[in-house]
Ligand binder design. Structure first.
Ligand code: F6R
Length: 360
């Protein structure tokens, strides 16, 4: 049941400290600076020469997140929409690893892409929440995110767990391939172990409800981010449109000036996500929107230069760039939730949507 919460979505947002702790349990060891992904044999990824992620919707945003972390670790990787894969898959050979990211393990588009990859000789892996799902049975390997059942149609806790597991898996793939652990791993592991506590702090002190109240009669909502903030901007916008029925779009911060800026007015709040990757550029992009009258809500740590420049602030604990976006995403989940609640939307079951999409 929903327990003390009005909606499953809010319950599931609040479960994230626990679901993330479950995801990483036994899989990281900051004392020995190792990723103990015992789901896989030692050096199992040493022959992988490129990685293709396939996924849809929120899982695609997690896949893009994972793919960017792999690129940053020096591994060639791309994230593709599963429903585009059959007409535009990049070349595959037997050293290509295709990773299907799917919470349910039953999404038809994603299964079709997985089967195509398999037929063309790729090695396949799925990152999923459901043991015994079709994706888990059909892929060569499966990595389970252990988020527990998600009832709300809008994916929340599963996104965080997918993104974290993909970040870990990426470090493991890079390590196997390069013969030594990636340079970032040493700082990443203790930060990862601190995530559940950081999420508790964020959830206990979020200003999301008052921001939702302030802006819930706007015309459109824009989300911008750079680097790992980009998939979070896309996800922030998807969640917002899905449950509030209001128009929302996510952009790479630097793209704003290449067109979308034409839409910016005082009626279009801009949520700017700062993850510690060229933040000064993102701030400049946000200020360009502000100059056109748009209220800017900075999602960043206290004391960040964006706090002073922006109209509003959603605070995230300090952490490293690989994880900051996940904290920002939780703030954005809360904004969507409270905005949808004010608008009296059926939050757990948005119109026209199903939890698991089993048709192409
Ligand atoms: C959005 C949402 C959908 C799913 C997508 C893929 O909140 O839940 O966009 O992410 O339909 O579903 P899975 O992950 O089950 O393949």
């Amino acid at each position: 049941g929903k327990g003390e919460y009005d909606h499953f979505m809010l319950k599931e947002i609040n479960e994230q400290p626990t679901s993330l702790a479950q995801a990483i349990e036994g899989r990281v060891d900051s004392a020995t600076e190792r990723i103990a992904l015992s789901d896989f044999e030692p050096d199992t990824f040493e022959d992988v020469d490129s990685v293709q992620f396939v996924a849809c919707g929120t899982s695609y945003h997690a896949a893009l997140y994972g793919s960017l972390t792999l690129n940053q670790a020096g591994v060639q990787s791309t994230a593709l929409l599963a429903n585009e894969y059959s007409v535009s898959a990049p070349p595959i050979d037997d050293d290509t690893l295709v990773i299907a990211v799917t919470q349910s393990g039953e999404t038809a588009d994603t299964l079709t892409a997985l089967r195509r990859a398999d037929a063309e000789g790729a090695r396949t892996l799925t990152v999923t929440n459901v043991v015994g799902s079709t994706a888990a049975r059909e892929a060569d390997d499966a990595l389970f995110i252990r988020a527990g059942p998600e009832i709300g149609v809008a994916a929340t806790k599963t996104f965080s767990s997918q993104a974290v597991m993909l970040t870990l898996l990426g470090q493991r793939i890079a390590g196997d391939l390069q013969g030594e652990p990636p340079a970032d791993l040493k700082s990443l592991l203790p930060e990862l172990e601190s995530m559940p506590g950081r999420l508790d702090d964020l959830l206990a002190s979020s200003a999301a409800e008052s921001i939702a109240e302030q802006y819930s009669d706007s015309q459109s909502y824009f989300f911008i981010g750079r680097g790992l903030g980009f998939p979070v901007a896309l996800e922030g916008a998807l969640k917002f449109k899905e449950i509030t029925y209001e128009h929302a779009e996510g952009f790479a911060s630097g793209e704003l000036k290449h067109g979308p800026l034409a839409l910016v007015t005082p009626e279009t709040p801009v949520f700017a996500i700062f993850t510690g990757q060229e933040d000064e550029k993102t701030l400049k992009n946000a200020e360009e929107a502000q100059t056109r009258g748009a209220p800017v809500i900075a999602v960043c740590p206290d004391g960040h230069p964006a706090v002073k420049a922006a109209d509003e602030h959603l605070s995230i604990p300090e952490t490293e760039p690989n994880l900051a976006g996940l904290l920002a995403n939780v703030q954005l989940q809360l904004v969507s939730y409270y905005a949808a609640d004010l608008l009296d939307r059926p939050i757990d079951k948005p119109r026209n949507l199903a939890k698991s999409v089993t048709v192409e």
